[in-house]
Design a protein around this ligand. Sequence first.
Ligand SMILES: [Zn+2]
Length: 387
Amino acid sequence: MQLPELLKTYQSVSLPAYSAPAQRPAMGQHNDRVYALQQAILQAKLDQLAAEQGLAAALRALYDQQVDIGFIQDDLSQVSYFRYRAPGNHSQHFFIVQFNPRRAERVKGAGRTALPRGAQVQDVADTSCYLCIDNIRWQHRGVQGYYQYCVNERVYNALCNPFPFTRTHLTMAAGEHLPQTFHVTGSAEQTQARIRRIVEDLYGISEQLPTFVGFYNGAGAGASIEKHLHFHFFEITDGHGSFPIQAAARLARQSLFGHASAGDPAQVVQVPDYPLTAYQVRGPKAEAIEAAVDLAVGWDRRAGEAASANIIALWEEGAVSLYFVPRNKFYTRSPGLAGMVAGLETLGEFIFSAPDEQRAINEQRVNYDYLWRILEAVRPAEDGEQS
Ligand SMILES: [Zn+2]
């Protein structure tokens, strides 16, 4: 493209709807225009990839672009994995620990928090929110890109994490600034509507990503940002194998159930021999969603203000399975774990990143029972009280 044409394209890019347009300086507008242009090109390129090869291809490309531009600050080269088997020769139960020292840095945050002059955009409820896309152009100085797509006719933005926990780890942020919690004080109807949306969308995204695992971490159940509805998704690397909760669920199913097939109602199995109360939900899409919504609504009714959950979606035997783990939102942490007990931990995989945790691994203090106790510490009683 010749320079005059390029400048014409640049001029034609519309600026965000500033709350106070007169305050935005000329070079600030220049930055915003360049960002909008760059983002439009990225979106078009990823849309093309998604159309040709599916959503996963677009997400992998976004991840690669974000590594290259330096938004993703951890290349994951320092991560090591450990597998801890349950005592006894024949036990097939285990837990996984990934030690990721760079993840400890994530608490420092990667973005700037002071808004440049006049950059505030109309309709942005909260300029400190990292998941509202009108904030990210200035928070991350133009290097953070995103990919926008629709699920169940609702907009989601796929965003990378500066300190991912594995390759192609993405945050799927709702297009609107809605709270993460499903519990709406005083309204069973609104609570149920939120639960339904969460389960439908988690399922809908997972359906398009057969090699990924997706999580909804409720308020106080590992959600790092509680003010904006989001899911975590990441691609399960080759050779990772099943998560411990899947292995536990499989052992139960072998003795109890046959395979799910179309037309069968959803099958709900409480995962046995597991430190958390957890349910595996399988079956045809509509029935599986209904069954998971029922579990969450029932839990909300029992636990009230304390109600929270981890809901996990991943593919098993050619279809999406859901795991529902009820949580008490006032019990987020466990002794022995520096971070929060979130969706990944409820699957039986723990992220250790603190020096104390490294010492515990090296001194062989970490074992199956140690990890069991971490999960057990956040298991609520049936009535919602902490047991
Ligand atoms: Zn937001």
